[in-house]
Each structure stands twice: as C-alpha cells, then as structure tokens.
Ligand binder design. Structure first.
Ligand code: ZN
Length: 444
C-alpha cells in the first residue's frame, strides 16, 4: 500500500461566544492518529491578516498534514467534516466554517496565495481560482467566507520564520467558569523558560497573558521557540482544574509575517499591514481616548500614524517625536472615515535618524550675570538690572536632549497582536526546514 501526503485546512469555526478552530484541530489529532494517519508536521496554526474587517476573533486557521493510505481518504474526510460540523458555532451569523483537502505536495501557487491572505485582502473568487489551480477541494458547511483562511492554512507551509505554541484545553464542564491556573507557577515558568518562551506576562500591568478570558475551550497557550521548551514550560505551570487535552502547534505567532514593506507612502492601502519609511511632519498630538497621532511623509505623500491608548508607555516614545525625525512605521492600515484620514495603527516604530532639536536662550549680561530679556521680536536683548543691550546674534542655542534612541521601539506585550514579533525574538528567527514531530507532542 502506498501512503500519500494529505493536508486538511480548517477555518472560521468559532464565534465570539464559543468554540475555537484550534480545538477542532486538537480533537482531530486524536481521531486521525486512530485512523493510522502519520503526522508529517506539527499541526499548523496560522494567523492571517489581522486587519481584515470580517475576522471572527483571532483570525487563526489550522492545517493538519499527514500521510495515510489512499483508500482511507474518504473515511478521513467524513471524520473531519463531521467533527467540524459538530463543533462549530453554526448559529452565529458570521461564522462560515470551511474545510480544504489537498492530496500530495503543496503547490507553490498555493503558498503564494497564502502570503497574500496574510498581508492583504483576498476575495472569494480569488480563493476559488487558487483552489482550482492547485487541485484543492473546498467543503463548505454554511457560507463561503471560511474558504479563504482554510485554503491559506494549507498553503502556508511556514518555511520562513516560525514559532510553536502548546495549547492546553479545559474540560467541557469547566468552560464557563474562571480559569484555575496558579499565577505564581506562571511567573516561575516565565523565569525559567524565557526568552525561549515569550509573551507569558506583561510586567508593567502585572498581567498574565497565557490564559484567555472568553468562553472558549483554551485553558492556556504558551508560545516559544521549540517544542521541548514548551513541554518544559507546560510542566511548570500548575492548574487546579483538569486538562482535557493538549497539543503543540507550529505557528507564525511572533514573526511579523503580516507586515509588508511598501516603498512609497502613497501606495499604502487600507487593511494591509505595512512597513513604511518617512519623516515625521507634524508634532504628535493627543486625541480623545488618549491616543497619539502624528503625520508621516515622504516625496509621494503623507499618512497619519496613531499609537492607540492600549499601547501604554509606547505612546510616551511616540509623543517625543518631532518634525524631521526619520522613522520606519510598522502597523495595520485603517481606512479613512468621515472624521479621520487613512491611518497606520502603529505596532512598532524604528527610529532611523533623530533630527537635532535646539533650545534657544537669551544671553547672560556680562556685567551683572543676569539673564537678559528680549527687547521684542528680532530686536536683541536687554539686561533688566543695568539696561545694557545685546544684539540678536548673542542668542544662545543649546542642543536639546531628545531622550530617544535610534532603534526599534515595540509596545508592551499586552498590546501585541498574535503576529507581532516581540523584542525577545529578534535573533531567534528560523529559516530551516522544520523537523517532523517527535516524541510526545499531544495528549491524549
Ligand atoms: Zn547687567
């Protein structure tokens, strides 16, 4: 019997009130192993463009990649479709679950399609065309929307940078209750495994980040560089509730895979996450809600950049920018509204070149040592004590301390998107062929 490669993509099964596509993936791991499937990769958890207007929640899709006997394919498909139908929130209007099946190797054109879904807006027609060209089979359970993500999950083989996440799931009876995970054990885990794990904790707000808050089945998810460090981290964390199952996923979390470099500001389009260079052209101002906004320009045009309130202390950095500073802005692009122009929602900034800022002072009187006063605009100065006058060119200019460095600035972990690359990952980028899963990577 010959075994063939078989890829299963899932997306859009959840809603704000229940479910989670990763959980269906985790349930399917157990089922597929029982059907004699052999996993050729960890289950892939792919976060897609976080700026699409219609995303359900985290905008994450899942792909399972196995080898199996050719004549088991129909059984596998049935099992998958039944599981997705049973565990999706089908009554929720905007939930349109989709499953994609692909036999054999992943064609390059499907991988290219996935890159576009990560960085741009893709239509259902484009998804249908990509599926047709790559001989992928699309199964819809309700509407069509989910096919884009399910297809993108199959195509995104994570050959560039990637990370892992271990996700532990709750028993069904506990899902509406507060999560019982010991805080001090999470802090211990962070201490013993970071920076090989990341975004466990936000030190400033002292907030635990591995446990979600909603009614979904996830107890916690720990992100890191290797499956081994995640299993170690998982053993350090102490829960006072039973864990139903856990799985190690391979992901694009913390890789900045959504951001695409744009060479001119005028080419920026709404909903596409960008990296763009420019010069600050207005003083940052604080707008209602505590957000900070400034203008960035290059020869081609200008765009508003905003550091929103949840980015916390990052706003302090942005507030110190002045016209003339050369920066690189990273972030999602919001479309223009009646009140606001097109705006980059800053996920990070890189200060490339700080401009010199001078402070001007009136000279001191050389007789009495008093600070002189201005005699009027462009009029020079006059000593208030002895009345000696001084010409305008005696004005003193001092280079002002900027209290900023020419480097990258990233908001605190609590404000990160799933895809945002945190400080701790710089230098850990991978571009190696991933290893097939080894030893224990799921339970049961
Ligand atoms: Zn004087």
């Amino acid at each position: 019997m010959t075994r063939i490669a078989f890829h299963i993509g899932l997306d859009d099964t959840d809603s704000p009130r229940m479910g989670c596509t990763t959980y269906i993936g985790a349930l399917l791991v157990e089922k597929l192993v029982a059907l004699d499937c052999e996993f050729i990769d960890y289950p892939n958890l792919i976060r897609l463009n976080p700026n699409v207007p219609w995303k359900t929640r985290g905008n994450g899709a899942v792909c399972l990649r196995v080898t199996c006997e050719n004549d088991l394919i129909d059984r596998i498909k049935e099992t998958v479709l039944e599981m997705v139908t049973r565990n999706s929130d089908l009554e929720y209007a905007k939930t349109d679950p989709a499953v994609v099946f692909l036999k054999g190797p992943v064609p390059d054109e499907l991988t290219e399609f996935s890159k576009r879904v990560l960085q741009d807006i893709v239509t259902i027609e484009e998804a249908k065309a990509a599926a047709g060209k790559s001989h992928a089979e699309i199964c819809l359970i309700k509407g069509q929307r989910g096919m884009i993500g399910a297809l993108a999950a199959v195509g995104e083989t994570l050959r560039d940078d990637f990370t892992y996440e271990i996700i532990a799931y709750r028993m069904p009876e506990n899902r509406a209750t507060p999560r019982m995970v010991r805080r001090e054990s999470i802090l211990k885990m962070d201490k013993e495994t970071a920076p090989l794990t990341f975004n466990n904790y936000d030190p400033r707000k002292r907030r635990i980040l591995i446990t979600p808050r909603g009614p979904d089945p996830i107890l916690y998810g720990i992100r890191g560089e290797t499956p081994e460090i995640l299993k170690k981290a998982h053993q350090i964390v102490v829960s006072d509730e039973e864990i139903e199952r856990w799985v190690v996923f391979r992901c694009n979390h913390g890789t900045d895979a959504h951001l695409r470099k744009i060479d001119q500001i005028r080419k920026i389009r709404p909903h596409s996450p960008v990296i763009v260079s420019g010069v600050v052209s207005s003083f940052p101002k604080t707008i209602p809600g505590g957000h900070i906004v400034f203008k960035l320009e290059d020869q081609s045009g200008f765009v508003d950049c905003a550091a929103y309130e949840p980015t916390g202390d990052f706003r302090e950095i942005v507030r110190r920018l002045i016209p003339g500073d050369a920066i690189e802005a990273f972030g999602g692009v919001r479309e223009a509204s009646p009140k606001n122009p097109v705006t980059i929602n800053l996920e990070k900034i890189k200060i490339v070149k700080l401009t010199s800022k001078f402070r001007y002072l009136n000279p001191l009187c050389n007789i009495c040592g008093k600070r002189t006063e201005s005699s009027g605009r462009n009029q020079g100065f006059r000593c208030p004590k002895c009345s000696k006058t001084f010409p305008i060119n005696t004005r003193i200019s001092e280079l002002e301390q900027r209290n900023l460095e020419e480097r990258l600035y990233i908001p605190p972990p609590r404000a990160h998107r799933h895809l945002t690359k945190p400080y701790s990952r710089y230098g850990f980028e991978k571009n190696v062929d991933p290893q097939p899963p080894s030893s224990m990577w799921h339970y049961p």
